[in-house]
Design a protein around this ligand. Structure first.
Ligand code: NAP
Ligand code: GCO
Length: 264
């Protein structure tokens, strides 16, 4: 019998006050997991606490920057001391900076790498020892279309998400023998605050050119929603995926397999 239950499990979803992280956390809670989440801005934390309360989820909330190893260690230790050691880690926290590479400052490039790649390294390193002691665990890294494809102005983000794909495979390789499965989810273009600038209506009320471009590049002919990621996340967080390791599950409406609709 395939088991999608997360009863008795503890899940940490990073950057999950809103957006994709919140949707994934809700899905894991719906399957019985206890939830902890973090973000880096106090205002976001309050927003997240309210969102979980409205969803009837008793989530533990942490103000924690995923690039700060000491803070991450303290957060993981507090989770273990209060609700149990982390069984499921979703490395969701991330930023993007859309700047032509030749105009991008090194510090801007470094900030994206720090949060989107080094953050998942820090958080994974913090939870793996207890997962080994416990006999296993699940790590899910939120990758991207840019784990496979490039595009103008997102050099740092693509480098980070490409690296996150390989970090996923390396964690899977190094810790598979301890019954730790590490996989990735590669969302397509999802309607969240992060992509809002790409969907802004034009002054004449028409679609943003990039919005139209994505619709033409997506067989599903729509942007994804955070809710589209709930089922894939639950699959990779549950024992239903115990023999899936080092895999990037693309949830993209078919973008990666499609040449794109011919312009009319
Ligand atoms: P979002 O709406 O911008 O939310 C990002 C979240 O990450 C926020 O809660 C933010 O918290 C948190 N965060 C950022 N930097 C952090 C840090 N240093 N420490 C802790 N938390 C931090 O993004 P989203 O669209 O939901 O995307 C979530 C993840 O999916 C990201 O990794 C993104 O790259 C990836 N993704 C998104 C799409 C898409 O189309 N939307 C597609 C593929 C992949 P604060 O508000 O406190 O900064
Ligand atoms: C962009 C978008 C994308 C999405 C996502 C696609 O500017 O191209 O923000 O990068 O966020 O990563 O999978």
């Amino acid at each position: 019998m395939v088991n999608f239950s997360l009863e008795g499990k503890v899940a940490l979803v990073t950057g999950a006050a809103y957006g994709i992280g919140l949707a994934i956390a809700k899905a894991l809670a719906g399957a019985g997991a206890k939830i902890a989440f973090n973000c880096k801005n106090p205002s976001t934390l309050e927003r997240g606490i309210q969102a979980y309360k409205e969803a009837g989820i008793d989530a533990k909330a942490y103000l924690c920057d995923v690039t700060n190893e000491d803070d991450v260690k303290k957060m993981v230790a507090d989770i273990e001391a209060t609700i149990g050691s982390v069984d499921i880690l979703v490395n969701n926290a991330g930023i993007i900076k859309r700047i032509p590479m030749h105009e991008m400052a090194v510090d801007e490039f470094r900030q994206v790498i720090d949060i989107d790649l080094i953050g998942p390294f820090i958080c994974s390193k913090a939870v793996i020892p207890a997962m080994i002691n416990k006999g296993g665990g699940k790590i899910i890294n939120i990758c991207s279309m840019m784990s496979e494809l490039g595009r103008e102005t997102v050099s740092a983000y693509a480098a980070a998400k490409g690296g996150l794909k390989m970090l996923t495979r390396n964690i899977a390789s190094e810790y598979g023998e301890y019954n730790i499965q590490c996989n990735g989810i590669g969302p397509g273009y999802i309607a969240t605050e992060q992509t809002a600038p790409l969907r802004e209506r034009q002054p004449d009320g028409s679609r943003h050119p990039f919005d139209s471009f994505i619709i033409a590049k997506t067989p599903a002919a729509r942007w994804g929603t955070p809710e589209d990621l709930e089922g894939p996340a639950l699959f990779l967080a549950s024992s239903a995926s115990d023999f899936v390791n080092g895999h990037i599950l693309y949830v993209d409406g078919g973008i990666l397999g499609y040449i794109g609709k011919q312009p009319k």
